[in-house]
Ligand binder design. Structure first.
Ligand SMILES: [Zn+2]
Length: 216
């Protein structure tokens, strides 16, 4: 894995300068695929799709931010940036609550972008369970109104009769404990290569398991 140079952008809200780390080359060695569709690849650290500003704490789509060209690396070419003698802070990944705070009609350009954003919020909620020593799992504490609203919106948006949408909906239903609805979506998945995942998910439904799980 080789990091690329940091790049500088203007926050679209406060117009202050921020940076993000790029990747020169990466690979999926040691990557884990999770039941909610997220792949965690330590050797492929990509910039976040949605970034949080270190100055004003607003969230925005990184690809829409305007580039800033008058920054320099402090030492090595992949190192932190400096502008007019002042270090440029890195963007951060939004918290689950940050995503919910940012979500409004203007935040999504189209349906695909809304699905992407809502899936990112859902993944962020599941992230603590991906740690090597995850905190005790408390389903009831996780079931907040905003969490539920987000999953309801995803259920509504994932309306295509594709295996990808069926699998993701099945997982969203399973996370909420709606095992019959989850199994109904799983039965609609026809691709032979996905039947291993379908079998695992059916097993978790049968066990009453609502946690995000690593795929074998
Ligand atoms: Zn800002």
């Amino acid at each position: 894995m080789l990091p690329g140079p940091q790049k500088a952008i203007y926050c679209p809200y406060c117009e202050q300068v921020l940076s993000y780390q790029t990747l020169s080359s990466g690979n999926t060695f040691g990557a884990t695929r999770w039941s909610d569709g997220k792949q965690v690849a330590p050797m492929m650290p990509l910039p976040p799709d949605i970034a949080k500003c270190a100055h004003c704490a607003q969230c925005f789509w990184l690809e829409t931010a305007e580039a800033c060209h008058d920054c320099e690396p402090t030492s090595h070419w992949t190192g932190p940036l400096i502008r007019k003698g002042i270090p440029v802070p890195l963007v951060s990944v939004p918290t689950e609550q940050d995503y919910y705070d940012a979500f409004c009609a203007d935040f999504f350009e189209d349906k695909d972008q809304e699905i992407r954003a809502r899936v990112l919020a859902w993944w962020r909620c599941n992230d603590p369970q991906r740690l090597p020593n995850p905190p005790p799992f408390d389903w009831k504490a996780r079931k907040t109104e905003l969490w539920r609203d987000n999953l309801l919106s995803l259920e509504y948006l994932l309306d295509e009769q594709t295996d990808e949408h069926y699998l993701m909906k099945a997982e969203i239903f399973r996370h909420q404990g709606y095992y019959d609805s989850a199994e109904s979506c799983l039965r609609a998945v026809k691709t032979p290569e996905l039947q291993g995942i379908v079998k695992q998910m059916k097993q978790w439904c049968a066990e009453g398991n609502t946690r995000v799980m690593p795929l074998l």
